[in-house]
Design a protein around this ligand. Structure first.
Ligand code: UDP
Length: 480
C-alpha cells in the first residue's frame, strides 16, 4: 500500500527573470497575476512518484516555486513506496508507453487489479485532503489510478503524461489500453508533445505542455571555471582537490558548499587538458549508455578524448527499480574494454543525499564537457538536453521524442536520425571535437534557444491557460 507524503516547496521570486527575459517577462507576469485572482481559495495539487531524480521531479522543482510566488496555493505530494512490485509494474508501463517491452512482463487484467489495489489506500487518503474547488494534477502512470477517487471529490482532475512515442506501436497501444479507461475519466490530459496524444482520447480534453528548466537552480546557475574545477576535484573526477570547498546558491537562496565525493569507476582521474564527452541520465536502458560507450570506444576517431557517463547513485531514484541492473551491466561492459579504451572512460555515480549538491555537481560536469550527448532510444522530453544547451554546450542527440523540439539540427545542436546509428553519433562527436569554433557557435545558438522558450517560467502561461480551460469546461459540463 502507498500513502502520499508532502514535498516542501518554497517560493522563488519570479521577478528574477525580468532581466533575463526582457520584454518576454511581461506575459509571464500577467499570466501569474490573473492566476492569483482566478485561483484564489483553491489549491492546485501535484502528485507524482518521486521528489528526487528524473525529469518529472526536476520539472516540478523548476516551476512550482514560481507558482507559489505568484500567490497560488500549490502543493506537491509524492506516493510513498511500500511495495516494490508496484514500481516494477509502473516501470513496465513506463517502458511500454515508450513502445519498449521493458522487462517483458504482461500488462493484463491481473496487473491492472494489482495496480488499483496498490493505490487504493493512497487514493483514499489523498482524496480526503482535496476539496471540490481544487485542481489536481496527477503525473505519469504511477498516479493515474488516483483519478476515480479524486474525481469523486468534485475537484478538477488533470492527468499529465511525460512519456510517449511519436508513432505508437502495438506495445505502446497496449499500455495505453491498460490505463485508457482511467485516463478517460480525467477532466483534461497533458502531453509533452502533440504526437504523444493518445489516439483513443477526446482531443478536446488533450493539451500539450512541454516541461522546462529553471536557470537559477543549482543545476543551471552560472559558475566560474575555478568553482567548476573545484567541484570536479571534490567529487574525484579530476585529481586536484581544491583548497576551499566550492560554494553555490541553494534552491532556497541560502549558501551551500560541495563536500561529498562521487562513486567513480575509472582507471585514473580525468587529465586537466583532455577533451570530455558527457552524458548525464538516470541509469535507464532507454538512455542507451551502453550504445554510447560502444561507439565512443569503437567508432570515435579521436583517441585522446574521455567519456563521462554520469547518473545518480543507483539507490537514489525511488521509482526506478531498474537503475542498479543497468549500472551493473555498464560496469561489466567497462571491465571488458581493452586497457587503452578503459583508461578514457569514467562511470560517475553522484551522491543523492543532498539534492542541491547533486544538482551543482551535474552543473559542473555539464560545463566541463566539450560535447554533451543524449543517446536515448526513446525520450519523453529530455530535460538534460535543455540543461546542456543552457550551458552553451554543443549537443549530439537522437532525433527522438521531445529532443526534436529543443535542438534545431545543425544550428543549436546535432540530431542523429536513427538512434541506433552508432557510427553517425561518432562522426558528429568527432566533427565537434575537431572544430571548436563550430562547436562554440552551436553552443551559443543552443543557449539562445533555451532563452527563447525552453524555461519553466515561460511554460507557466500554458499551465495557467490549461487550468482555466479545463476548470471552465468542467463547470459547463456539470451545469448550474
Ligand atoms: N539528474 C540529476 N542527477 C543525476 C542524474 C540526472 O539531477 O545524477 C537529472 C538530470 O539533470 C535531469 C533529470 O535528472 O534534470 C532527468 O530528466 P530527463 O527529462 O532528461 O529524463 P528522465 O529521467 O525524466 O527520463
Amino acid at each position: 500500500m502507498t500513502q502520499p507524503i508532502q514535498v516542501e516547496i518554497r517560493a522563488r521570486p519570479l521577478a528574477r527573470y525580468r532581466e533575463l527575459l526582457g520584454p518576454g517577462f511581461d506575459p509571464v507576469l500577467e499570466a501569474s497575476i490573473s492566476a492569483r485572482e482566478n485561483l484564489a481559495g483553491k489549491v492546485v495539487w501535484n502528485v507524482n512518484s518521486t521528489a528526487r531524480g528524473g525529469g518529472v521531479a526536476e520539472m516540478l522543482h523548476a516551476y512550482l516555486p514560481y507558482v507559489l510566488d505568484s500567490g497560488v496555493d500549490t502543493r506537491w505530494q509524492v506516493l510513498q513506496v511500500t511495495d516494490p512490485d508496484f514500481f516494477v509494474l509502473t516501470k513496465r508501463i513506463h517502458n511500454q508507453l515508450h513502445g519498449d517491452s521493458g522487462d517483458g512482463g504482461p500488462l493484463g487484467q491481473a496487473e491492472r487489479e494489482f495496480y488499483m489495489e496498490s493505490l487504493a489506500d493512497s487514493a483514499r487518503r489523498f482524496a480526503a485532503q482535496v476539496s471540490a474547488e481544487d485542481i489536481v494534477i496527477l503525473h505519469d502512470p504511477q498516479t493515474a489510478g488516483l483519478i476515480p477517487a479524486v474525481s469523486e471529490t468534485g475537484a478538477t482532475v488533470i492527468w499529465r503524461c511525460h512519456i510517449g512515442i511519436d508513432d505508437p506501436n502495438e506495445i505502446a497501444l497496449g499500455a495505453q489500453g491498460l490505463l485508457g479507461e482511467l485516463v478517460g475519466r480525467a477532466d483534461g490530459c497533458v502531453f509533452s508533445r502533440q504526437e504523444y496524444v493518445w489516439p483513443g482520447l477526446d482531443p478536446d480534453r488533450a493539451s500539450v505542455i512541454p516541461p522546462g528548466i529553471d536557470a537559477f537552480t543549482p543545476k543551471n546557475q552560472s559558475m566560474d571555471v575555478s568553482t567548476r574545477d573545484g567541484v570536479l576535484g571534490v567529487i574525484g573526477l579530476t585529481a586536484t582537490r581544491p583548497q576551499t570547498r566550492p560554494v553555490f546558491t541553494r534552491s532556497d537562496g541560502s549558501s551551500g558548499a560541495v563536500s561529498s565525493p562521487a562513486t567513480i569507476v575509472q582507471e585514473a582521474p580525468l587529465p586537466e587538458s583532455a577533451s570530455l564527452v558527457v552524458q548525464v541520465s538516470r541509469w535507464d536502458r532507454l538512455k542507451d549508455h551502453g550504445g554510447l560507450l560502444t561507439l565512443f570506444t569503437r567508432d570515435l576517431k579521436d583517441r585522446d578524448s574521455h567519456l563521462a557517463l554520469v547518473g545518480p547513485d543507483s539507490s537514489g531514484v525511488d521509482d526506478d527499480p531498474e537503475g542498479a541492473a543497468v549500472h551493473a551491466a555498464l560496469l561489466e561492459q567497462v571491465d571488458s574494454l581493452p586497457e587503452e579504451a578503459r583508461a578514457r572512460v569514467h562511470l560517475v555515480s553522484l551522491p543523492m543525499e543532498d539534492l542541491d549538491e547533486n544538482a551543482f555537481m551535474v552543473n559542473a560536469i555539464q560545463r566541463r564537457a566539450d560535447v554533451i550527448v543524449q543517446k536515448s532510444l526513446a525520450e519523453g522530453f529530455g530535460l538534460t538536453v535543455s540543461e546542456g544547451m543552457w550551458k552553451a554546450r554543443p549537443m549530439v542527440a537522437s532525433r527522438v521524442g521531445g529532443i526534436q523540439d529543443q535542438i534545431e539540427d545543425g544550428k543549436s545542436g546535432i540530431l542523429i536520425d536513427r538512434a541506433d546509428d552508432l557510427p553517425a553519433f561518432a562522426r558528429a562527436i568527432d566533427q565537434l571535437l575537431e572544430d571548436p569554433s563550430r562547436a562554440r557557435e552551436i553552443g551559443e545558438a543552443a543557449r539562445e534557444k533555451v532563452k527563447s522558450g525552453l524555461l519553466s517560467v515561460q511554460r507557466l502561461i500554458l499551465h495557467y491557460q490549461l487550468i482555466d480551460q479545463v476548470s471552465r469546461a468542467r463547470r459547463q459540463s456539470s451545469g448550474p
